[in-house]
Design a binder for this molecule. Structure first.
Ligand code: ATP
Length: 237
């Protein structure tokens, strides 16, 4: 399968502090990749560099065979990358305004159709469409974030810890909806997580540790690695 996103030897950081030390990672067309890493491993830094919110110091990012390393963030998004940060939404905008922002580069007609589809999967959002994002519960906010990310009918969804702050019930629902869109619309995904529940629908996994990729492989390879079993699954035998 052809590579949709390819990250080669990527270095980035803040001021004089280097956080990413030559990261290599790839997401194929229609593939779901989960990036695991403990707090401070550099997951957010990596995702922000891929979407252009942070400058790459060194290395290369290609998307759909085009070099996007130094492309403006909005152009990367217009080209088919959708990004959900940990905050996920704009609290001072209504639910519907948040969704419209997710479809910023699409026509009103396309957005209306897409919104109706998303409301079927997120009925709560339809009910609250005139409410401010900031007045929603933590779980509903994340669901709005997921829906907002899917608004643009992206080729690649990049998400930063979609499960953070979510109850197990909402985590299950988020996984179900993402899995459904992954299968139905063949959208590729790169999801940074600490919650191993997300491995249920991953086809490939990477571990980022201290700004370096320390593991790359399938979920079964990950689960059979003793050190990883102990660190991420708490299994010591
Ligand atoms: P978490 O799961 O806690 O969000 P993470 O894996 O996403 O962790 P990053 O947020 O990318 O990790 O942080 C990687 C390193 O970069 C950490 O040591 C962090 O302190 C540092 N860092 C993050 N943001 C900044 C910043 N704005 N200025 C300076 N250092 C930062």
């Amino acid at each position: 399968m052809q590579r949709l996103l390819e990250i080669s030897n990527l270095e980035a950081g803040y001021g004089l502090i280097k956080v990413l030390w030559g990261v290599n990672l790839a997401v194929k067309q229609n593939e779901c990749v989960v990036l695991l890493g403990v707090n401070g491993a550099g997951k957010t830094t990596l995702l922000k560099t891929v979407v252009g919110l942070l400058k790459a110091w060194k290395g290369k990012v290609t998307f759909n065979s085009n070099d996007i390393t130094h492309l403006r963030s909005d152009i990367r998004i217009a080209n088919g990358i959708a990004y959900m940060s940990e905050l996920a939404i704009f609290p001072n905008l209504t639910v519907e305004e948040n969704l419209k922002l997710g479809g910023y580069f699409k026509s009103d007609k396309e957005n209306k159709k897409r919104m109706e589809k998303l409301y079927q999967y997120f009925p709560d959002l339809k009910e609250y469409k005139h409410k401010m994002g900031g007045s929603l519960s933590g779980g509903q906010r994340k669901m709005l974030g997921v829906a907002k990310t899917l608004m643009s009918n992206p080729k690649l969804v990049i998400m930063d810890e979609p499960s953070s702050g979510l109850s197990p019930k909402f985590v299950k629902r988020a996984i179900e909806v993402l899995d459904m869109f992954h299968k139905e619309e063949k959208v590729a995904m790169l999801i940074a997580e600490q919650n191993v529940s997300f491995l249920d629908f991953a086809e490939k996994t990477y571990i980022l540790d201290g700004g370096k990729i320390t593991f790359e492989g399938s979920v079964s390879e990950l689960k059979s690695n003793n050190i990883i079993r102990e660190t991420y699954f708490g299994i010591t035998h």
